[in-house]
Design a protein around this ligand. Structure first.
Ligand code: IFM
Length: 727
């Protein structure tokens, strides 16, 4: 294993299993498999989390389903169950080798005088997204009676489940499989497996404790290493779900473990060639950044109907929903390294436009009001009560879905970036232009003209700082609306040039006559907060009149460590303390808007007033820090984002609700800081320039930018940068 590519632990603690499940996740965009041990069960939060397949039970939150666990395996030695939760291993290593996307573990146990060794590796197959493969080996130092139990565990970890009907177990030649259906929409889900061992005994699958397992009983010789290879597939949705899964595992067996492993390693090698950012001089930064990239690759959307959930594919937190995190924090990585994934993110929003139209209508607006928490249809999965008061146990009414109207502008921002970068107008022809114009229509129906100043204002919103609700003229939101109106007008012009009849037909069908003129007029008269005499931009109207308290002073007012700080009764609400970067996010996303002097004034003002209560916050401050020459201050914030899933120290509760999992927005944010902050990449009109601001700890960065037709290799040192283009 190559140093700099491995994240590992050399100890076993039962209480680390949830954290390790996130840290050691493997995935291929179709599913994520948490980094749990072979013996793991539902109580250890084992999860084969499927992208984009959701289910709802009663009035509980709708969330993605975890499929049955095909890799459940335990070993008994002379009738003693060798389980790290009950017998402390004398040696233990677990981790991921990011170079080839493989999870590994090695454990050593002492049972009396017998040494028992267990080792395994597993990986998500990239070429055939429905497949996952594992190899499990074991040995005993003295001859013993062994019982190897392995199969499909139907006891699934769920937050708001169960989501699957009672499964049926069956076999087909050497394959065994479980079939079930989701409870809400009766979508068929199948998990199949084939097991190949080098044992002389065989075993037929049987039901044992809600598991469909084979139990191999045999006398093991001392010092012999026994191995088992398992090919598993998870399929859903079609008429032939079961036969597809069976064919997949049988074909995989035929193809062979070694070939699949070698092909998978080659896939990762090619992926790293384009995606890696080599950091010189700072090992921690290198590992953190690579881990961020590893996660973004592992959860990339595989088709135009999927995008990336806020907790990746690490489980059901945040309802497996897609937030603005994808567009604003992750898209830049995909845009630079994987244009197909970037296009999928854009097209997912095109395909969920109908949900956004329904939401706007529900709240009395026109056009597309995108879901704050978006699932497969684009309808809003966000609940009325998103957090619970940990003291009273009462749910707290939050207005995220009604008031975070910036989400529509975020969607448009990413789509426009994709178009600027690729000139791929096919996206506009396939529904993208309609998406942009419905977004315009939404904002035109939302803004209010104030006859006193003749300007359009934006009432009653929540900005990125979610703590202050129902505010007017949030700078970030207003700026995004302005960008949406202008960007859509430009897109119409570009599309008219390419295919005027298409645009004319669309305008007639959707009744867009006059929309361009109105968008232009409103953009010109839209109030976007500007700097005052001190260079400060008010986060929203009246912000500077709030109590100017420190974060510590405000936190001293709470009664419970998990108390929700925002909302009508939150301790931060009457104060200027904010949850996460808000004005600073605007400055980070629109770097050309203001000179460094203004950026510095706002960064200096807002940073000490920011709780950084969201994992999205640190990277935005680090990005602007680099721009204003405060790179050293930004460096720890960069590390905080980059290391979040290695250290596993992210916030786990928000007002009594579990919010743990991986943090792909922080991962994307770390990438943004490295490329656009430290290397200072500026990309405009097909040209790259560099405005390098390396922190002291980093002596150099090397990375690639793939434009679709050409690839640039960028090499940055303390003395500046060199860009080499290749076709
Ligand atoms: O999208 C974020 C939001 O900005 C802060 N709360 C968590 C969400 C999901 O990451």
């Amino acid at each position: 294993m190559k140093p700099g590519f491995v994240v590992r632990t050399d100890r076993f603690l039962v209480e680390d299993s949830v954290k390790n499940g996130n840290r050691f996740l493997i995935g291929n965009g179709y599913f994520g498999y948490r980094g749990t041990l072979d013996e793991g069960a539902a109580t250890d939060m084992v999860a084969l989390n499927i992208a984009g397949l959701y289910d709802r039970q009663g009035s509980k939150w709708r969330e993605p389903i975890n499929a049955y666990n095909p890799f459940y395996t335990t070993l008994k030695v002379n009738s003693t169950l060798i389980h790290p939760n009950t017998i402390a291993p004398t040696e233990h290593t677990q981790g991921i080798d990011m170079e080839c996307g493989t999870h590994f573990r090695e454990s050593r146990f002492m049972i009396g005088t017998t040494v028992v060794k267990i080792a395994s590796e597993r990986f998500a197959v990239q070429a055939e997204k429905r497949l996952i493969v594992t190899k499990y080996s074991f040995s005993v130092s003295t001859s013993a009676d062994l019982e190897l139990c392995t199969g499909i565990d139907a006891d699934v970890y769920d937050i708001n489940g169960p989501h699957l009907a009672k499964p049926k177990g069956a076999t087909h030649y050497d394959a065994s499989y479980l079939t079930s259906r989701t409870l809400e929409l009766a979508i068929p889900v199948v998990v199949a497996e084939v097991t190949v061992t080098d044992l002389t005994v065989t075993a037929k699958p049987v039901w044992e404790d809600n598991r469909f397992v084979r139990v191999f009983r045999f006398r093991a010789e001392s010092g012999v290493t026994y191995s088992m290879i398992r090919f598993a597939a998870v399929t859903y949705g079609g008429e032939n779900t079961a036969s597809e899964a069976i064919e997949l595992v049988r074909a995989a067996k035929k193809h062979g473990y070694r070939s699949i492993k070698a092909e998978n390693a080659a896939w990762w090698k090619a992926k790293w060639t384009i995606s890696d950012v080599r950091v010189r001089g700072a090992e921690e930064a290198q590992l953190g950044l690579r881990n961020s990239i590893y996660h973004l690759i592992s959860i990339r959307p595989r088709d135009a109907f999927h995008s990336v959930p806020a907790r990746g594919l690490s489980g059901q937190v945040y309802k497996g929903a897609i937030f603005w995190d994808t567009e604003m924090f992750m898209m830049p990585f995909y845009l630079n390294t994987d244009l197909e994934a970037a296009r999928n993110c854009v097209m997912y929003r095109v395909h969920t436009l109908a949900g956004a139209l329904r939401k706007a209508k529900q709240y009395g607006y026109l056009g597309a009001f995108y879901a704050w928490e978006s699932q497969e249809t684009g309808d809003d999965a966000c609940s009325d009560f998103n957090v619970t008061d940990p003291v009273t146990k009462e749910p707290i009414r939050t207005f995220f879905k009604e008031q975070q109207i910036h989400i529509t502008g975020d969607v448009v921002y990413a789509a426009l970036n994709y178009l600027d970068r690729t000139k791929d107008l096919s996206v506009l022809a396939e529904g993208g232009l309609e998406m942009l114009l419905e977004s315009v229509r939404f904002y035109l129906s939302y803004v209010k003209l104030d006859r006193r100043d003749g300007l359009y204002h934006v009432p009653c919103v929540i900005g990125p700082d979610e703590y202050h609700e129902g505010v007017n003229d949030n700078a970030y939101t207003n700026r995004l609306i302005h960008h949406t109106l202008q960007g859509a007008v430009r897109a119409v012009a570009a599309m008219r040039k390419k295919d005027n009849p298409f645009v004319t037909k669309l305008f007639a069908e959707k009744k867009y006559a006059g929309i361009v003129q109105k968008a232009t007029r409103v953009a010109a008269k839209l109030y976007v907060p500007t700097p005052d005499e001190h260079g400060l931009i008010a986060q929203f109207q009246g912000y500077f009149h709030l109590e100017d308290a420190t974060v510590d002073a405000v936190k001293a007012r709470i009664q419970h460590e998990n108390e929700y700080l925002g909302g009508p009764n939150g301790v931060v609400t009457p104060t200027q303390v904010i949850k996460q970067a808000d004005v600073v996010t605007m400055l980070a996303l629109f770097p050309e808007d203001y000179p460094d002097r203004i950026k510095k004034a706002n960064w200096t003002y807002y940073e000490p007033r920011t709780e950084h209560g969201s994992s999205l916050s640190a990277s935005m401050y680090a990005l602007v820090a680099a721009a204003i020459g405060e790179t050293e201050y930004g460096y720890p914030l960069f590390l905080k984002s980059a290391m979040i899933d290695i250290l596993g120290e992210g916030k786990s509760y928000a007002g009594g609700i579990y919010i743990g999992g991986t943090h792909p927005a922080a991962s994307g944010g770390a990438y943004l800081v490295a490329i656009y902050g430290f290397a200072g990449l500026r990309y405009a009109a097909g040209k790259i320039r560099l405005d390098t601001r390396l922190p002291k700890a980093i002596t150099g960065l090397t990375f690639k930018i793939a434009t679709g037709t050409r690839t640039a290799t960028v090499e940055v040192t303390k003395n500046g940068g060199v860009i080499k283009w290749s076709d």
